[in-house]
Design a protein around this ligand. Structure first.
Ligand SMILES: [Ca+2]
Length: 233
């Protein structure tokens, strides 16, 4: 079979040369030159056949295999997929880490809040305004539960000393109904000192007393006291 392929190739080469004797360069080939070309082709194909035989290949089988593979391949247009738009991948924003200058005195990071103890004394409205200057979006401390209330008081107790300290709870809107100053929301606990609140309409702002604990008293909003600020975001 390989020999038949070789002979076919030689005959085809001669036919090409005879059919187009003037097409190589600008001059025609002489008969001797044609013979040289045929001999060269013969030599080249002998070398090729020897290589194929040495590696156990069969020329025709190789041709069939190549054709089979070629036919089995899908059309080029199907191999290269049409470009698709890049999928939009949602990347969750990095949670913002609250900055809190805890290396400075009077600042503490407590329960996810940056807490600041203000030694300067203000009335209730002044204390709120001051917290807004200490922190962007700052406000008087609004304890969300008794644990947080105790933790803040405990961590600042040494600084508080013997004084009354303001936090952000009052009953200014409705007497006897203590709510958070920032949004008027209900306060879900009431760690009042015994007998408190007792100030009726005269005392509408919640403070820590000078008793060394985190229990609350209602007190005059106009009094100038130290305070606790918080930064929540
Ligand atoms: Ca009151």
């Amino acid at each position: 079979m390989m020999r038949q392929v070789f002979v076919f190739f030689i005959v085809a080469s001669i036919n090409v040369i005879h059919a187009n004797p003037m097409d190589i360069g600008s001059a025609c080939l002489t008969r001797e030159e044609v013979k040289q070309v045929i001999r060269q082709l013969q030599n080249d194909n002998e070398v090729m056949l020897e290589k194929m035989q040495s590696c156990g290949c069969d020329a025709l089988d190789g041709m069939q295999t190549a054709e089979t593979v070629s036919n089995a391949l899908p059309a080029t247009n199907n191999i290269i997929p049409a470009p698709s738009p890049k999928p939009e991948i949602y990347v969750a924003p990095e949670p913002e880490v609250m900055s809190c200058p805890v290396d400075k005195p009077m600042y503490q990071m407590i329960n996810g809040k940056c807490i600041f103890y203000e030694e300067k004394r203000f009335d209730y409205a002044g204390a709120q305004e001051n917290c807004g200057e200490v922190f962007a979006n700052g406000r008087l401390f609004e304890p969300k539960d008794e644990d947080e209330n105790d933790q803040v008081y405990r961590d600042f107790k040494v600084m508080f000393g013997e004084s009354y300290i303001r936090i952000g709870i009052d009953d200014l809107t409705k007497e006897g109904e203590f709510t958070y100053a920032s949004n008027g929301g209900p306060v879900p606990m009431g760690p009042w000192r015994n007998g408190q609140p007792d100030g009726s309409t005269a005392q509408n702002c919640v403070v820590y007393g000078n008793y060394g604990d985190s229990l609350w008293l209602d007190y005059f909003c106009s009094g100038r006291l130290t305070s606790v600020c918080e930064k929540t975001s």
